[in-house]
Design a protein around this ligand. Structure first.
Ligand SMILES: Cc1cc2nc3c(=O)[nH]c(=O)nc-3n(C[C@H](O)[C@H](O)[C@H](O)COP(=O)(O)OP(=O)(O)OC[C@H]3O[C@@H](n4cnc5c(N)ncnc54)[C@H](O)[C@@H]3O)c2cc1C
Length: 255
């Protein structure tokens, strides 16, 4: 079997060119398993997209930031905690933000936190920007040759997260994030994870919190768990925990 061609572009145009018929290689922790199936591996590490930048009240996280670099940066505490819960330190040292978001399941605390922040994803060719929610929705049918360059979010006025797992090191069975987003009118991000193919935003809970109605927000979280049954937990258990979390987190962000 012919081994894949390996290239390490240093500019975005070079990378986009190489990605036509190639597979992006970030941390390689997921891609390595099927690397031999690729005709060409396009190593993203020399593109300079591994910076964390603060631009006014926005934070831009380069797609090639390693999760451990995010833990070591000064991020909102709830986002930092989500990075720690995402993986142990060995994996955090290798896995990139972009690779994690493209491969995450519903049990990803980091993806849940970024959904709660209403994060945007910047991509080439373009540049084009989608909400992270849209990227997750379209993950199965992304056009070939797409390169994620960064993830951007506005610094929240307050943010809180909570998670329950079978052990402290395990991925959560339920995790929830509530962010009080910046803006003139009260506005909130509410996301739930711990099950299914991807974490979810709960728009009904966001609207309820904006109206100061915490019980309705908790009820929306409960409803979102109606079919969240799998090998790790029942839907009833998750519904109860999710509602409790939303009550608690709403208090923590000052609703
Ligand atoms: C020991 C171990 C345990 C793991 N446990 C879990 C787990 O519990 N849950 C889980 O979900 N995963 C798990 N993984 C899988 C993997 O670690 C994660 O999905 C990881 O976060 C992927 O990040 P990466 O940077 O290594 O991505 P890569 O493997 O480099 O890439 C993943 C995918 O994303 C694409 N990609 C990466 N970056 C970009 C970009 N900037 N633009 C466009 N495309 C891009 C790649 O082409 C590839 O298709 C585990 C892996 C290992 C080795």
């Amino acid at each position: 079997m012919t081994p894949p061609e390996y290239v390490r572009p240093t500019t975005i145009p070079e990378a986009l060119n190489a990605l036509r018929g190639g597979v992006a290689l970030a941390g390689g922790t997921a891609v390595a398993r099927r690397a031999r199936e690729a005709a060409r591996l396009v190593d993203l590490q020399a593109l300079g997209i591994d910076q964390l930048q603060v631009e006014g009240d926005h934070v831009r996280l380069g797609a090639m930031l390693r999760l451990q670099q995010m833990v070591e940066a000064e991020l909102p505490a709830a986002l930092d905690e989500a990075c720690r819960r995402e993986a142990g330190v060995n994996l955090r040292n290798m896995a990139s933000l972009g690779g994690t978001l493209l491969t995450c399941s519903g049990r990803s605390p980091l993806a849940t936190a970024l959904l709660g922040l209403h994060a945007q994803v910047r991509m080439e060719p373009g540049p084009q920007q989608w909400s992270f929610d849209e990227l997750l929705a379209r993950r199965g049918s992304l056009p070939g040759g797409l390169l994620i360059t960064s993830v951007v979010f506005q610094v929240p006025l307050a943010m809180a997260q909570s998670a329950v797992a079978r052990s402290p090191a395990d991925r959560p069975i339920v995790c929830a994030v509530v962010a009080r987003l910046a803006g003139r009118a009260p506005s909130f991000g509410v996301a739930l994870g711990g099950f299914g193919p991807r974490p979810i935003v709960i728009p009904e809970a966001e609207l309820a919190l904006a109206a100061g109605d915490v019980p309705s927000a908790a009820e929306a979280a409960r409803t979102a768990c109606a079919t969240a049954l799998d090998a790790w937990a029942s839907a009833e258990y998750r519904a109860e925990v999710a509602a409790t979390f939303i009550h608690r987190l709403a208090g923590e962000v000052g609703v």
